[in-house]
Structures are given as structure tokens and as C-alpha cells.
Design a protein around this ligand. Structure first.
Ligand code: FMN
Length: 234
């Protein structure tokens, strides 16, 4: 691995976060990123950051509620909740799995039609380029029966202080108007940063409730917090 290149790109990220007024992010971000250096999707489950349970559960649940190739439809009665999550390296997915388990909801994986790189440094650059250009990457699949869900638990990592553009794509194609939205995220130190205002702008007619933001490194040890949050919203 080219360490000098790696540290340079990390410095870029820290610099951007400092510009956003994030002063405590350094150690946490590096800690957060160090456990997320390679995308979860690139790893065999056994060597991934993602628990095998989380990965398996998301695969199953995602295929049951997406319109991806070969997917079947899970009929949803009006008024039900769904967990929709984008997770590049598995931290937010682990939270999503716990939320879906607690609430006994479907879990939908937000994924790009063209899979993202699994290389951390490349991902930093791609994410930054997508944000700068306002790119809306194509989705791998859409939620079926979206209108049948009244509540959305929406999970994502903080990317360069914002929601990832693939989440913006998801929100562009899945209107949250009239729905209750519970945001949750994982991050390397900057918390939600501008993510909640991104969400408010993308979902002007949604009822956005109190979110849950966890350090990526601590996501898998935060069940108490996750359980309390889901219990409060349920
Ligand atoms: C492209 C990219 C940009 C990131 N930008 C930030 C950031 O602005 N602030 C922050 O605290 N962490 C940032 N991180 C760290 C992630 O938010 C953190 O590791 C998160 O837990 C990853 O979630 P995931 O495993 O679900 O993908 C970034 C990571 C990547 C890959």
C-alpha cells in the first residue's frame, strides 16, 4: 500500500473537516477510517468489518424488498416501517441490522448500479468528485411498494461532511413526502455534520425526527444506544 498517498488523502479529509469547524475529528476520524479502510462489499464475510449476521441479514432483506434482478416482493401493509441504508464499509449496516431486528422491519440496501471501488483512497476522491459535481449515481434497485411505508429509518455514513451522493439518488427516487424519517449515521468524528440539512433539503415534506449518530468504530458496541433510540421512536 502506498502509505504516503494514503496519509495525504486522509490529511485532505481532515483539512476539509477542520474547515467545517470539526476540531475533534482527527483522532476519531483516523480511528474510524482505520476500521473501514476497505469496503465491506469487497470482503468475504469472514474477513470483513461487517458481522456475518449483518451481511447475511441485509442480503436477504434487501432482495426481498428491492426490484433488483430476481428479487421477490414483500407485500407491505400501509403504515409499516422500513430501514433503508447505504454503507460502504459496514459500520452503518451493523446499526441498520440492529434497528431492523428491533423493529422487525425489512432492510433495504441502497447500492449503486456500478459498485463503488473498494479502495479507501479512491473512494475519498470519488465521493468528493460526486459531491462537487452533484452527481446522482444510478441505483442498483428501488424499494417496491414504497408508498406502503409510512416510516423510514434512513442510514448512511457521513462523507465529506454530507450525505453520500448515492443517498441523494435514493431520496430523489423515493419521495419521503408525508413520511416520518428517522435518520441514523456513523462517522469518523464529525457526527451528522451537514447531513441533516442535506436531508431536510432533499425531503422538504417529510417529518424528520431525532436522529442517531454513532462513531463508526463504536457502532458494533452501541446496541444499548440503538435499542433506546428505536424504542423511543417506535
Ligand atoms: C469517502 C469518505 C468520506 C468520509 N468523510 C467523513 C467525514 O466527512 N467526516 C467523518 O467524520 N467521517 C468521514 N468518513 C468516515 C466514515 O463516515 C466512517 O468511517 C463511517 O463509519 C463509515 O460508515 P460505513 O462503514 O457504513 O460506510 C468518510 C469515509 C469515507 C470513505
Amino acid at each position: 500500500m502506498d502509505q504516503s498517498k494514503n496519509s495525504f488523502t486522509r490529511r485532505q479529509l481532515l483539512g476539509a473537516m477542520a474547515a467545517m469547524g470539526v476540531t475533534t475529528a482527527g483522532a476519531c476520524l483516523i480511528g474510524g477510517c482505520s476500521s473501514s479502510r476497505t469496503a465491506e462489499s469487497s470482503q468475504p464475510a469472514s474477513s470483513s468489518d461487517v458481522s456475518q449476521d449483518a451481511a447475511a441479514s441485509s442480503q436477504t432483506d434487501s432482495s426481498s424488498s428491492s426490484d433488483g434482478a430476481g428479487a421477490s416482493t414483500t407485500a407491505q401493509a400501509a403504515g409499516e416501517a422500513i430501514v433503508a441504508v447505504f454503507s460502504w464499509s459496514g459500520n452503518t449496516l451493523s446499526v441498520a441490522s440492529r434497528v431492523a431486528e428491533n423493529l422487525k422491519t425489512d432492510l433495504f440496501r441502497i447500492e449503486p448500479a456500478s459498485p463503488y471501488t473498494t479502495d479507501y483512497d479512491e473512494m475519498l476522491q470519488i465521493a468528493q468528485d460526486e459531491q462537487a459535481a452533484g452527481t446522482l449515481p444510478a441505483l442498483a434497485g428501488n424499494v417496491q411498494n414504497w408508498d406502503g411505508y409510512s416510516t423510514v429509518y434512513l442510514g448512511f455514513p457521513t462523507w465529506w461532511g454530507h450525505i453520500p451522493q448515492i443517498v441523494a439518488s435514493f431520496l430523489a427516487e423515493h419521495s419521503c413526502a408525508g413520511k416520518v424519517v428517522y435518520p441514523f449515521n456513523t462517522h469518523g468524528g464529525s457526527g451528522f455534520a451537514s447531513c441533516l440539512s442535506d436531508l431536510a433539503a432533499a425531503c422538504p415534506d417529510a417529518d424528520i425526527r431525532e436522529g442517531l449518530s454513532l462513531l463508526g468504530d463504536e457502532a458494533r458496541e452501541s446496541n444499548e444506544q440503538i435499542d433506546a433510540w428505536t424504542a423511543a421512536g417506535a
